[in-house]
Design a protein. Structure first.
Length: 224
């Protein structure tokens, strides 16, 4: 009789332990991991493919198909944007991961302060002048490869800043009419270019036409 009671108790304890283990609450959140680069670089105006994320759960296994995303990336404006990847397992435990998307201007490396040495040639043989000045280049926040000059051609009081375009390693300044000073005087900057642009600096050649007078300029930019 005593052995029977002991055996019955042992069975009861074993069954209880099994039930307890089987009913143990699942409170472990799924693991979510982003695929690809993080942060992820996107260039202005250029469409991209989100590499996505993967999710796994200790009970449910691979639950990547249940991932949802939130957050948007504006490819038309420079900035940092965060996208969140979220998922829940069958028990309702939630997991998430985030990725930062950095939208950049391809010409970003050109932004900064430069010391500029200018050789300014008047359209008369043998006549030229030189000057040195500080120039700040900034990037455009909505147009890729576009940059802005703070003091182009060493001219103060530009009503509208002069812009340039960096394409395939070359910098060009398209033909631009600008008004300078009071009373306003029109300057016409005629197609300037610099075929070799590096982070340390470059030389920009262009013409500054004021009325009937043409000045040929050679501006050498050295990053500070």
């Amino acid at each position: 009789m005593k052995k029977s009671i002991i055996f019955t108790c042992a069975i009861f304890l074993a069954v209880s332990a099994f039930i307890f283990q089987g009913c143990k609450k699942d409170d472990t959140a799924p693991l979510v991991e982003v695929k690809g680069d993080n942060p992820f670089v996107v260039y202005l105006g250029v469409n991209y493919v989100d590499p996505g994320a993967a999710a796994s759960d200790d009970k449910d296994g691979d639950i990547s198909k249940g991932i949802t995303t939130s957050g948007t990336v504006n490819i038309n404006r420079v900035g940092s944007y965060v996208v969140t990847y979220s998922v829940a397992d069958k028990s309702g435990n939630k997991g998430e991961a985030t990725r930062t998307f950095n939208v950049k201007n391809h010409a970003e490396f050109m932004a900064g302060n430069y010391m500029v040495h200018q050789v300014w040639e008047i359209a008369i043989p043998g006549q030229a002048d030189t000057s040195d000045f500080m120039e700040t280049i900034t990037i455009d926040s909505t147009v890729n490869d576009k940059i802005w000059f703070s003091k182009f051609a060493n001219i103060d009081g530009l009503a509208i800043p002069v812009y340039g375009e960096y394409l395939s390693g070359s910098l060009s300044v398209n033909n631009q009419h600008v008004m300078v000073g009071t009373p306003a005087v029109e300057h016409f900057f005629n197609l300037g270019s610099s075929p070799y642009v590096v982070a340390a600096g470059f030389t920009l050649n262009f013409k500054d036409i004021i009325g009937n007078t043409t000045h040929t300029c050679h501006d050498t930019y050295v990053r500070q």
